[in-house]
Design a protein around this ligand. Structure first.
Ligand code: SF4
Ligand code: SF4
Length: 378
């Protein structure tokens, strides 16, 4: 690991496609280029943030213009781009898909690039070890992430009620199954949950980060805050260093954001501002003081996360009246949680809530049943 890092910071005031493409190209080049992360012929996963089925103006999801620019950069480096994410589990299988509502699917179609929500592919999640994991010794990670030759994290600059801030490191949280996300939440406190997020980042470790900080989100992020004009694009081969600079620009104190501090402490990147070279706009010139999220969710005791889990369940269940007993759900289940007797029966202890049985059922019989509270939260 080098003991210094470069983060490029470029001005870009709006989402005009030509302006965004130029800003991203300049930022990537000033950060040293993609060559160290992407080799010609590589299948490159661009991990956007598609948290919820809302339009780009809501400032919840990575903007489609940023996705297009990232696709262009990957192609220029000789890579084959693939764009993916999974929304928060409450939104999976809902009437609107996040990838369509966010405009990202259309952007990818226009660029001729593949795009998916992780749960939309066969065998979507695979159990994988987390060497040195502090809270998670193994995770159910997206197969598309594990099989990619390279990963680029493409987050949006936002506050986060649980982790204070979400950027390049936290963005990888969307690349694991709901079961793993819930397990991470049950770690409890701000520090422990942040350590679990870093476990996931360490297992998937993206080789480059490009941040949509043109319009960010302040206050009650990542979903219910207010859009905030920032006017920047950031890029770095070191996602931890990028987070250190982005959080400094947004007005967080050094070390205040635990995911950055913990990732740097584990040698996964550079967190010390004094060891990071900025190419472009300085922190002082770029500074915007974000309204920070309230502290309530960060300080919940862990047993309340377990209660919240139960109250917000989204579980697959077979509607026998339309089930043809074809068994495709059993074959599709990555953890063999489904047996046929003669209709599908789900072992709830084994189920990792990947929801691919729902995606792949040809008749719509495998429904996602939402608890009373889950229905009201979407
Ligand atoms: S895939 Fe659908 S129709 Fe086929 S057995 Fe499963 S629930 Fe029934
Ligand atoms: S039962 Fe369905 S949701 Fe659960 S792990 Fe199997 S395929 Fe995924």
């Amino acid at each position: 690991m080098n003991h210094s890092a470069t983060v490029a910071v470029e001005r870009c005031e709006d989402y005009d496609e030509a302006a965004v493409t130029a800003a991203v190209a300049a930022a990537v080049e000033n950060a040293g280029g993609l060559a160290a992360a992407v080799s010609p012929g590589d299948r490159v996963l661009i991990k956007a943030n598609l948290l919820a089925p809302v339009p780009p103006e809501a400032a919840v999801t990575t903007h489609p213009a940023m996705v297009k620019a990232a696709i262009a950069m990957v192609r220029e480096a000789g890579g084959e781009p693939l764009v993916a994410d999974s929304p928060g589990f409450l939104f999976v299988g809902g009437e609107d898909s996040a990838i369509e509502a966010s405009g990202v699917k259309q952007a990818c179609d226009e660029m001729g690039a593949d795009s998916f929500q992780f749960e939309q592919v066969e065998r979507p999640y695979v159990e994988t070890e987390v060497p040195g994991g502090q809270w998670l010794s193994s995770i159910y990670a997206a197969r598309l992430a594990l099989e990619a030759d390279a990963i680029i994290t493409l987050p949006k600059l936002k506050t986060h009620e649980n982790t204070m801030y979400t950027g390049a490191v936290k963005n990888m949280f969307g690349a694991v199954a709901a079961r793993t996300r819930k397990k991470a939440h049950r770690a409890g406190s701000y520090e422990r949950f942040s350590a679990a997020v870093v476990d996931i980042f360490s297992a998937l470790k993206p080789g480059f980060a490009i941040m949509d900080a043109i319009v960010g989100m302040e206050g009650s992020g990542p979903r219910h805050g207010e859009p905030r004009q920032v006017g920047l694009v950031l890029a770095s081969p070191d996602p931890v260093a990028l987070d250190a600079i982005a959080t400094a620009i947004a007005g967080f104190r050094p070390g205040e954001v635990a995911t950055t501090r913990i990732a740097a402490g584990r040698g996964l990147g550079i967190g010390d501002l004094g060891s990071i070279d900025i190419a472009g706009v300085s922190i002082r010139e770029a500074a915007v003081r974000f309204r920070k999220p309230g502290g309530l969710k960060r300080n919940l005791p862990s047993f309340l996360f377990a209660v919240a889990d139960r109250l917000t369940r989204v579980q697959p269940a077979c509607a026998e009246s339309v089930c043809t007993q074809c068994g495709q759900c059993r074959l599709a289940c990555p953890v063999a949680a489904i047996s046929m007797a003669p209709y599908p029966v789900i072992d709830r202890e084994r189920c990792i809530e990947c929801y691919c049985c729902n995606e792949l059922c040809p008749t719509g019989a495998m429904e996602l049943r939402r608890s009373w509270l889950a229905r009201r939260l979407v």
